[in-house]
Design a protein around this ligand. Structure first.
Ligand SMILES: NC(=O)c1ccc[n+]([C@@H]2O[C@H](COP(=O)([O-])OP(=O)(O)OC[C@H]3O[C@@H](n4cnc5c(N)ncnc54)[C@H](OP(=O)(O)O)[C@@H]3O)[C@@H](O)[C@H]2O)c1
Length: 317
């Protein structure tokens, strides 16, 4: 079984115009895990970057760990394979190392020929455009995911944005166990119980948005004062260890046993984010960072679905 690299490269909001170049650059810098998704709308461009890196002999396909995600509109068992094959085709790949259910949220099916990626709103051109939930039991979606493994389209499967209860439920019926749980986690959202629950089941945890609020500013889902990079304790640790505030946050994530997938559109920051093995945070400093927790979630469907898509649909209590 291929090992999941400690630090991967996130591709959400990579601009289509320079996405291929950035993915190629990331691989050249040393990233081997690329975190993709249908919903990011850039899988064709990510695939071009991957292909260029492989063609130039920077690495082989086998040395890469490519993740993609099943979008919410494809939760019915019969749609899972269609969605996976479309992502594979766009990326120019024959298999995924990991395929994840993106959200435990099922939305009404939109055929690929009609609109791709379908995003959140069912009928965007209507005057009453809104999100349309369709109640598909998650065990049926998981059955579709297991079929992908049997069909050799994907090596491993997993979930994102599940809470402890959903995880317990999944473990009661999964015949192929999830390899990874991908969740938002940073010092303002430490998710200790969820991480412990996943680890007890032998599921690896990948932290998304490991830098906290930063990627949510442009979406108006976070305020400048939410930035962990400006937090007094993080700035002090940055001085103590002679590392950037971002490296302090990422190193903390690694030392507590999560893997990370920071995104950057800047090659210096890409280098900075992957260089997290050159120092060790002392135990009291790890505890200090963990104590910043305030259960502050930036990626919360309970907030953004209502604000942006006209439908209240919470998945967290
Ligand atoms: N499964 C899910 O539901 C889900 C949800 C969200 C994200 N994800 C995945 O997780 C990845 C990472 O999460 P994310 O993109 O939300 O957040 P992130 O990686 O924590 O932060 C990205 C933001 O931080 C900036 N940044 C990156 N490195 C920096 C550094 N060293 N110093 C200062 N600023 C830095 C980036 O700007 P620049 O680009 O300008 O550097 C960008 O604004 C995503 O790309 C996606 O692949 C998954």
């Amino acid at each position: 079984m291929k090992e999941l690299p400690k630090v991967g490269f996130g591709t959400w909001k990579l601009d289509k115009n320079n996405c291929s170049k950035l993915v190629y650059e990331a691989i050249k810098i040393g990233y081997r895990h690329i975190d993709c998704a249908c919903d990011y709308g850039n899988e064709i461009e990510v695939g071009i970057g991957i292909k260029k890196a492989i063609n130039e002999g920077i690495c082989t396909r086998e040395e890469l760990f490519i993740t993609s995600k099943l979008w919410n509109t494809y939760h019915k068992k019969e749609h899972v394979e269609i969605a996976c094959r479309k992502s594979l085709k766009d990326l120019g790949l024959e298999y995924f190392d990991l395929y994840l259910i993106h959200f435990p949220i099922s939305l009404k099916f939109v055929p690929i020929e009609e609109r791709y990626p379908p995003e959140w709103i069912y009928n965007p051109s209507s005057t009453e455009a809104k999100m349309e939930v369709e109640h598909v039991p998650l065990y049926q979606t998981w059955e579709g995911m297991e079929f992908l493994v049997k069909d050799n389209l994907v090596r491993e499967i997993g979930i994102c944005n599940y809470n402890c209860s959903l995880l317990h439920d999944l473990m009661s019926y999964a015949t192929i166990k999830p390899k990874v749980l991908q969740i938002e986690s940073h010092p303002y959202l430490t998710q200790e119980n969820l991480i412990k629950t996943a680890k007890n089941y032998g599921i690896e945890v990948v932290a998304f948005s490991p830098l906290g609020a930063l990627s949510y500013f442009e979406l108006d889902m976070a305020q400048k004062e939410d930035s962990l990079l400006e937090h007094k304790s993080i700035l002090e640790l940055s001085q103590k260890y002679e590392k950037t505030p971002a490296q302090i946050l990422l190193r903390w994530a690694i030392q507590r046993g999560t893997k990370i997938i920071p995104k950057s559109s800047n090659s210096n920051r890409m280098k900075e984010n992957i260089d997290v093995d050159s120092f060790l945070l002392e135990e009291p400093d790890l505890r200090l960072i963990s104590s910043l927790n305030k259960n502050k979630r930036f990626n919360d469907p309970g907030k953004f679905c209502e604000a942006a898509f006209g439908t209240f649909h919470s998945i967290y209590d």
